[in-house]
Design a protein around this ligand. Structure first.
Ligand code: MRU
Length: 354
């Protein structure tokens, strides 16, 4: 691990290609410590994704694209005449790093298609350009979603709730849900963001609060179970979240606890917005029931900040995503447009309009 003095510590600068290596701002340590993890191989990159040095669906996709570049460079250095040999195993290693965020598989497939078309001897320049293109396109998509999402917020300056971290850290930069928050706050439409702390990994209190503070947006952290009574007070206009995978029928998979928020929002007449690029939409899964839900270690639940809380010898249930049925979603904001009251036909039309 190292942090070159020349790297800015900023949420928009969490994935950096510098000096022929990939630098990832270590999200396990934020906000108390700011350091980068350096990746020089596919194995380094897969480990960084698996261990959640980098997390959030679009950020995982961007990182994996750089991981493919690192894999091809290693293979080329080992055998310039036959650099494709063994590369499929490197891509499989990257694909096995996390199961739910579909942007990972989307990015690997895009890099794989480019590799199939390459005929020049050294693959590195073309793969670096493609990884950088994926990175830049993700930021542009987030900015477009920011504008579209903010334009939907026509119910006056309001407080909002967000869950987990769908910000710059979770993407190539700017953020999906927090991109909408940044644009809407700049337009005077958001007074305050309530950030669910997001047990057990605390993406909300550690990452979202840090990001929003850096952007000068008023933020209040709350325990996840406060949302119902907060909504009952009538001051929340929107719940705004990101997604790790959206099924063909508009069901939305996101951080565990999102479904509960959507149920609460419907009960209290609060609107529920999902901001996600089209790279998060997976037409190959008919509904949310077909999305693989990652289970992580019981220790993440039984401990807090490394301190054991639960008794030894008990089990813990740690599914890290859930599925919100499309019927509870008021709008899905993508870079290609907004889908209100999503269903299979509207999602099909959005994707066909590419
Ligand atoms: O387990 P994580 O931290 O990778 O889960 C991330 C989330 O659920 C995010 O909210 C989601 O990926 C949207 S990211 C823009």
């Amino acid at each position: 691990m190292e942090t070159p003095a020349t790297l800015d510590i900023h949420p928009d600068n969490a994935i950096v290609w510098r000096d022929d290596a990939l630098y990832l701002l270590d999200q396990r340590a934020l906000p108390s410590e700011t350091r980068f993890v350096v990746c020089n191989s596919a194995a380094d990159t897969a480990k960084a994704i698996k261990d959640m040095v980098v997390r959030g669906a679009p950020a995982i996709g961007v990182t994996a694209a750089y991981g493919v570049l690192l894999a091809a460079r290693e293979r080329f250095r080992a055998d310039a005449g036959d650099w494709r040999r063994g590369l499929a195993e490197d891509l499989d290693l990257l694909a096995a790093s996390r199961p739910t965020a579909v942007n990972l598989f989307w990015a690997l497939e895009r890099m794989r298609r480019l590799i199939a078309d390459l005929d020049q001897l050294d693959p590195v320049p073309a793969l670096l350009s493609e990884a950088e293109r994926i990175h830049v396109e993700d930021i542009a998509a987030n900015r477009a979603m920011g504008d579209l999402g903010a334009a939907l917020m026509d119910n006056g300056p309001t407080d909002i709730i967000t869950h987990c971290n769908a910000g710059a850290l979770a993407t190539g930069g700017y953020g999906t849900a927090l991109g909408v928050v940044r644009s809407a706050h700049a337009a005077g439409k958001i007074r305050r963001v309530y950030a669910d702390e997001t047990r057990p990994w605390l993406q909300g209190s550690r990452l979202t609060a840090w990001e929003l503070k850096q952007s000068g947006i008023p933020v209040t952290v709350q325990a996840d179970n406060v949302a119902a009574s907060l909504m009952a007070r009538g001051e929340i206009g929107w719940v705004i979240v990101g997604s790790d995978r959206i099924a063909a029928n508009g069901d939305v998979c996101n951080k565990i606890g999102t479904y509960a928020l959507a149920v609460l929002a419907r009960h209290h007449g609060v609107r529920f917005m999902v901001a996600a690029p089209t790279t998060t939409i997976d037409l190959s899964v008919a509904s949310g029931a077909d999305i693989p839900i990652e289970e992580r270690a019981a220790d993440e639940v039984l401990a807090c900040a490394g301190v054991r809380m639960g008794p030894d010898g008990v089990d813990a249930h740690n599914p890290v995503f859930d599925v919100t049925p499309a019927a509870l979603v008021d709008c899905i904001v993508t870079e290609r447009g907004v889908v209100e009251q999503p269903d299979a036909e509207k999602i099909r039309r959005l994707m066909a309009g590419a």
